[in-house]
Design a protein around this ligand. Sequence first.
Ligand SMILES: [Zn+2]
Length: 174
Amino acid sequence: MPLTGRYLQGYPPALLAQVQRLIDDGSLAQAVARRHPEPHAVRTDRALYDYVNTLKSRHMKSAPPLAKVAYDARLHLVMNALGTHSAVSRVQGSQLKAKREIRIAALFKDAPADFLRMIVVHELAHLKEREHGKAFYALCLHMAPDYHQLEFDLRLWLTALDPPTPAAAPNRPS
Ligand SMILES: [Zn+2]
């Protein structure tokens, strides 16, 4: 694993070297906060439901309705588990209904507004596209033209929250 940690795998080495310098001098969190200063007020599952549905009706009207939207404290701090989207099948009377749910990792309650927007856009795109392919990112960019920058900055924010363990320092004579 590169020194910059698990959230930034796959980015160009020159970019990672810049990030590493910010980690080393302890200024990564500030750098992210400067770029994304706005907090949000989406504190409850009810507020999150409204927030998600507002974005959905603006950009993804034709996607199936959401049965449930919630913050989930059990989702861990890894990129693939930041949010989950699921189609839960339940028998209702004699009908089998597919229920769509979106769960967002609880740490987003305290994230800058831009990152909540990014992760919600990500999960909404999954209502139509399961895989992280071209069509998926086209949907993300349709909903958030700054999507790629936001995703990179979110990874920086997560790295600042959960920094990689520094490599063991070589022994130096004291
Ligand atoms: Zn995804």
